[in-house]
Design a protein around this ligand. Structure first.
Ligand SMILES: CC(C)(COP(=O)(O)OP(=O)(O)OC[C@H]1O[C@@H](n2cnc3c(N)ncnc32)[C@H](O)[C@@H]1OP(=O)(O)O)[C@@H](O)C(=O)NCCC(=O)NCCS
Length: 189
């Protein structure tokens, strides 16, 4: 069963067939996909949704749609996922996000991510959640820091799916333990 969560402004809901159109559109946007090796075709976006639905069946969670409550608009996805590649820090659970350009700069990614963190620590009982991205992807790293994650440069790694010499190959890893998350909730301000 897919997870259904709610934040002040957002619904974090299961995938629907009608999500394909707006999702394929945002994955075909070169600005949204700037820090990925390529934009996605409609078929690739469809396959990504299908994989997310299958992983939800297997793991109980995966990247899921973000819908703006006020407008009913599909904004993109945020969620938790077990990476399928062999990376220096796997097995692990990562948190990730991809929103349409029109949804940037409004705090939506951080708002959804905070609720997914709570789900990960409180409902799944995870001890740690990580996030990783290309070194150049500063907007994504800003979300990581905003939700309390921290980078240790000793964890930096080259993504094995990206060819040697490609500028997007060097990646950073951010981590947040349940203990630090609980501490951050208790901290004033
Ligand atoms: C990464 C990504 C989700 C970040 O989106 P974002 O909108 O910058 O992040 P947030 O949701 O945390 O929003 C924060 C911004 O909203 C602003 N904001 C406006 N209203 C706000 C509100 N009510 N509450 C909180 N923040 C608000 C903040 O001031 C901040 O602006 P700033 O960046 O100018 O400082 C987005 O750039 C994206 O989808 N990129 C493409 C996909 C991608 O690279 N994904 C990551 C791959 S690893």
């Amino acid at each position: 069963m897919a997870v259904e969560l709610e934040t002040e402004r957002l619904l974090l809901r299961p995938w629907r067939e009608t999500d394909l159109e707006p999702f394929a559109e945002l994955c075909a946007d070169s600005e949204v996909m700037r820090y990925f090796p390529a934009v996605l075709s409609r078929e690739e976006s469809k396959a990504l949704i299908e994989r997310a639905v299958m992983k939800t069946r297997d793991d109980g969670f995966c990247f899921q749609p973000v819908e703006e409550k006020a407008s009913g608009r599909f904004l993109g996805f945020v969620g938790l996922s077990r990476p399928v590649w062999d990376l220096p820090f796997t097995p692990c659970v990562e948190i990730g996000w991809r929103l349409a350009r029109t949804a940037w700069g409004q705090g939506f990614a951080s708002e959804a991510a905070r609720t997914w963190l709570r789900f990960g620590y409180e409902t799944l009982g995870l001890a740690e959640i990580v996030s990783f991205t290309a070194v150049q992807n500063t907007p994504s790293q800003a979300v990581m820091r905003r939700i309390g994650m921290r980078r240790d440069e000793a964890d930096d790694f080259d993504h094995p799916q990206i060819g040697e010499g490609h500028p997007l190959r060097p990646h950073v890893l951010y981590r947040l333990s349940r203990t630090d998350w609980m501490r951050s909730l208790a901290a004033p301000g």
